[in-house]
Design a protein around this ligand. Sequence first.
Ligand SMILES: [Zn+2]
Length: 420
Amino acid sequence: MATQKPVSESNETFDNNVSETVVPVSDNTNRLQESIDLLASLVAFDTTSSNSNLQLIEFVGDYLQQQGLNSRLTYNQAGNKANLWVTIGPDIEGGVVLSGHTDVVPVTGQVWSSDPFTMDNRDGKLYGRGTADMKGFVACALAHSAYYKSLALKIPLHFAFSYDEEVGCIGVGGLIRDVTENLPIPRAVIVGEPTGMNIIGGNKGGRNFNTIVNGIDGHSSLPELGANAIIAATRIINKLVEMQERLKAESDPDNGFTPPYTTLDLGLISGGTASNIIPARCEFAWGFRGLPSEDVDALEAEVRSFIDQEVLPELQAISSATSIVTELMCDVPALIPDETSAAEQLVRHLSCLNSSGRVCYGTEAGLFQKAGISGVIFGPGNIEQAHLPDEFVTIQQMQKCCNFLTRLGDWAASSTDTRV
Ligand SMILES: [Zn+2]
């Protein structure tokens, strides 16, 4: 059990390496070692988003079962991927969720110094795919399950481990639905994406589309007889670039985001078969990374109406067989900053940090917030190492995360504040 002073008496910050003397944490040396061992096990499952994550989920479920904790799974339609939810403590509202995704980005085309799916400990850095993003956090949480179980918690702590985060936060929706429809509602979620153990209170959202322009092919010497799909696509792309310039000009430079405006994603295009054939097809992927204050519905409507009123009629004038199809690929809501939220207040209190930052990548936190569960992003490792070859998390970051999670358990065992 904890013998620590109340954290409110301290002025510790997690950025201060000697700070642990200010707020004693109950001894968690064994849990740090356990989290490193668990991380090695988790990294060994190749849970690239295109693969099933069921072996990892089974491993985690078995691990929790050994402590008498029963997991709750929600599956994808194909039944080859699952989210895992577990509750430690009483079956009541007002709990705190530790959220992590189990999938990782591919290593295809990357040159690694060691096998990406065999964790390698070199000079205090734990290398491997997913160590920072974000199996390190999942391992630290799991390593605390036995401790939490032993504490007779007054406030429940939950783990939420999802699939398919890296391909548009697709998996966690089923878990959130299950929780909000069937279980006591938690007060807060801590999404353990790699923030260097700094609090991130807001992130941009992401809405992405795939547009296919179907024109009419023909010999390039007779352009009037065809409908050039690439030219039609470039008209739409020019519109997107114009919108990007407008959004940039209208932005508030002091909103905490870098860059401080809604940005355009345009990363993939293909079309045509030869330089002397009028292309019948052009396909491109695009989207917006929207500020929390952005009306992304309005941006989408503006693009769709430009396509319908300006571009499509020109193709249709040539042939009624032409078309432009725009499909929504993913829609991740932004995390709206709220410094007074239960999540941010709790993490500030337990970490003794007194500010929060903003990031421009999407996370699952916005989906939880939309479902009425306040969220912050707070986890070990650095986003700069995520998705790259030789991804790593330092043992020091794992230690900081374990210290935080130990304090969280001690708080949940002693707090009488069960408000949602
Ligand atoms: Zn991630």
